[in-house]
Design a protein around this ligand. Structure first.
Ligand code: C5P
Length: 195
């Protein structure tokens, strides 16, 4: 979905910085690509580039846990089960939502298997995003199609029915771009009034 959104944004003549984990996809032509392989690398890259963006769209399925220890040597096979200790990764979306005076529009994704809208609305508030794109994980994963609900902070919801990800991405880019422009215009009006 991230690559489809990057492509749609480039088509609409936006500048795109794409921070990507390991994927087997062609880089959309014109995107500035930053490749990462761990959640910590993605955390650092996102924080490094966020302030240069008008809209930050976080749709990577970042692992929630990472190994507590990394062995420098091969772990030998032994008899019986093996347990790995896992520690939580840092939540990138949440950390951006907590940034004071952020200027960029913050968009998160929520793939849910049940109570999709309720869970997504809760995530929108908890992670302090401007928009959450919710989808049923059973529909969107490993598929070229998806259907989504777009939740806004004022409680409004827009739905896009099942469509190829490419088409969906174009719609999402239009919606984000319109929302970002409106927000920018409102801020400018407020500044003009104050002056
Ligand atoms: O809480 P959950 O993982 O379902 O939230 C999904 C959203 O949070 C997505 O936008 C995903 O990119 C983001 N996320 C993140 N960092 C994590 C885990 C999820 O930014 N470590």
């Amino acid at each position: 979905m991230g690559y489809a959104i990057a492509e749609a944004a480039l088509e609409a003549e936006h500048e795109v910085t794409l921070i990507s984990g390991p994927v087997n996809l062609e880089t959309p032509r014109g995107a500035k690509l930053f490749c990462v392989s761990t959640s910590d690398e993605m955390f650092n890259a996102v924080h490094q580039h966020a302030d240069n963006c008008d809209v930050c769209i976080l749709c990577a399925a970042v692992a929630d846990y990472k190994p507590a220890k990394i062995s420098q040597v091969k772990i030998k096979k032994r008899v019986g089960n093996v347990s790995l200790e896992l520690t939580p990764t840092r939540d990138i979306l949440d950390s951006l939502g907590r940034r004071q005076n952020r200027k960029f529009l913050l968009v998160g994704f929520a793939a849910e298997t049940n109570d999709v809208e309720e869970n997504a609305a809760q995530k929108l508030r908890a992670k302090n995003c401007d928009i959450i794109v919710a989808n049923d994980a059973r529909v969107g994963m490993e598929s070229d199609e998806n259907e989504v609900g777009i939740l806004f902070r004022d409680g409004a919801i827009r739905k896009i029915s099942r469509a190829p990800k490419k088409i969906l991405a174009r719609e999402l880019v239009k919606i984000f771009s319109k929302f970002a422009t409106k927000r920018f215009d409102k801020k400018n009006e407020a500044i003009t009034e104050r002056n």
